[in-house]
Design a protein around this ligand. Structure first.
Ligand code: TXA
Ligand code: MG
Length: 316
């Protein structure tokens, strides 16, 4: 099968040390050749990302793993067989091939094989592992459309448009310890699914050797307009004429200036797919602030609520 001209062009730019935004099934990534420290430095610059926040390395072929990590933990093969390609990032000890700038000086590296075929064709054609954070400015809303990237990162060298991200929220990130796995960031692959392969075991705080994943920062994914979550300490306002509603199922929408419904059937996967694009639209609409209904905190709903709380944190 011949590749489309835009994938060939984007791959060429990656080989030249340029920074390319590309679609993945989770969110758009801002990619550079992971083996080229100068190219990776441009990612941090464009994103205005603090240098202490490490990047995920994306691969298209399972054999690449041997070059990137020193680990030969058999559990990685099990996880890869079940969840790759897909929205799971595994933190493993890094090999010397990976420059320190990628991992912010950590001895570990996050690795993921994306499921989006355009992403995989791009990585394969570029011929190198691709370091990529989400293609947004640091701390701002994640991009699930090429237009979201263009708005936040006008100076990126190229945006490969692959339509809307199918999953809509970032990958689940796990680390492995002798007893089992730990979740550093919740995503659509749930703890229960991973537990079918490996026991869950959170190391006691004193035994943690690494910094916690900066994905655990309390404030993140922040829209430019205030966002409040309806709940025990926040009640929806009586005057809704200048308020946008991020509704779970569209049940109680009366009086709001603008409404985005995550899933009319209450399907949590659909909520994840629509989450960021819905907040982007509310942010761009003419409302003063946004109120969000909580979604049930089970399965994928855990990740959705995690993103919502981080988006709301600045405005508590
Ligand atoms: O779905 C995704 O994971 C997307 C797409 C583009 O693949 N990428 C993404 O990257 O969300 P980013 O940089 O926005 O988030 C990566 C998170 C950060 O919070 C970072 O701190 C954490 O992964 N991380 C990366 N390497 C790590 C490491 N060695 N140890 C602990 N956390 C790490
Ligand atoms: Mg991010």
């Amino acid at each position: 099968m011949s590749l489309s001209p835009d994938i060939l062009h984007a791959a060429h730019l990656l080989r030249e040390g340029k920074v390319v935004a590309f679609p993945t099934e989770t969110v758009y990534g801002l990619g550079a050749n992971a083996l080229d420290p100068m190219a990776v430095a441009r990612i941090f610059e464009l994103k205005e990302r603090p240098s202490f926040d490490p990047l995920i390395v994306h691969i298209a072929d399972i054999r690449e793993i041997g070059r990137i990590t020193t680990s030969n933990d058999h559990r990685v093969q099990q996880l890869a067989a079940r969840f790759w390609p897909g929205p799971l990032t595994i933190i493993l000890p890094k090999s010397d091939l990976i420059p320190d700038i990628v991992t912010s000086g950590l001895s570990t590296v996050g690795i993921r094989m994306p499921a989006n075929p355009i992403a995989r064709e791009l990585i394969r054609e570029a011929g190198c592992p691709v370091a990529a954070p989400s293609a947004n400015k640091f701390g701002q809303l994640s991009p699930t459309l090429a237009s979201h990237v263009a708005k936040q990162l006008p100076d990126v060298d190229y945006i490969l448009d692959g339509g809307q991200s199918a999953v809509g929220i970032e990958s689940t990130i796990i680390s492995l310890n002798d007893q089992g796995f730990e979740i550093l960031r919740h995503g659509v692959i749930t703890k229960e699914e991973i537990e079918q392969l490996i026991p869950y075991y959170a190391l006691p705080v004193e035994e943690k050797t690494n910094i916690v994943s900066p994905g655990m920062l309390k404030s993140h994914y922040s829209p430019e307009k205030p966002l409040y979550i309806i709940g025990s300490d926040y009640t929806a306002p009586a005057d809704r004429s200048r308020v946008g509603l991020l509704s779970y199922r569209g049940d109680d929408i009366s009086g709001y200036a603008q409404v985005e419904t995550l899933s009319s059937t209450g399907d949590l996967k659909t909520c994840a797919v629509n989450l960021f694009a819905a907040i982007h639209r509310l942010e761009e609409s003419d409302v003063d602030f946004i109120v969000a209904e909580p979604v049930p905190e089970q399965g994928i709903g855990i990740a959705v609520m995690d993103k919502l709380r981080k988006a709301a944190y600045r405005y508590l």
